[in-house]
Design a protein around this ligand. Structure first.
Ligand SMILES: [Zn+2]
Length: 155
């Protein structure tokens, strides 16, 4: 018995460094296809006036749609009375007078307000309306026309 052999084997493997970095740059963000710019040849949209529902307020005396001065409302109450309506929200048929004192005088004296409201206005109501008109900042220095009044009397 004897004998021995040392089996020695070298098993050495050299690892091959596989450092093959394969970088593949692929265009992941494709550019949008170039589009030909369309010239703005399309016709513009129609911009017509919209049919707004605007309540028409007209001075019953001069028949002007005056929004600059503002119109004062006079209401015929359901009871048949004619009273000024400073709030403009009272129920009843309303008539409007502009801010000219001449229009108030004209409407109250000539029956224009009576026709506008389609009601008989008694003297008491007329007086009340005149007193109410006296409290308003009515234009008294303006004549019926558009010519400015010359201060200094009529020539
Ligand atoms: Zn008027």
């Amino acid at each position: 018995m004897g004998g021995g052999a040392t089996l020695g084997g070298e098993e050495g493997g050299r690892g091959t460094p596989a450092s093959a970095s394969s970088i593949s740059l692929s265009p992941s963000s494709p550019l949008p296809p170039p589009q030909p710019k369309a010239p703005p040849s399309s016709p513009k949209r129609k911009k017509g006036p919209r049919p707004k529902h605007v309540p028409q307020r007209m001075c019953v005396a001069c028949r002007e749609h005056d929004t600059k001065r503002g119109l004062h409302r006079i209401v015929r109450t359901p009871e048949g009375a004619v009273e000024p309506d400073p709030t403009g929200r009272r129920n009843g048929r309303g008539a409007y007078l502009c801010g000219r004192a001449a229009c108030w005088e004209k409407a109250l004296s000539s029956g224009m307000l009576t026709r506008a409201l389609n009601v008989e206005i008694d003297q008491e109501s007329l007086d009340a309306l005149r007193r109410y008109a006296a409290t308003l900042p009515l234009e008294t220095s303006e004549a019926a026309g558009t010519a400015p009044i010359n201060k200094g009397g009529e020539a």
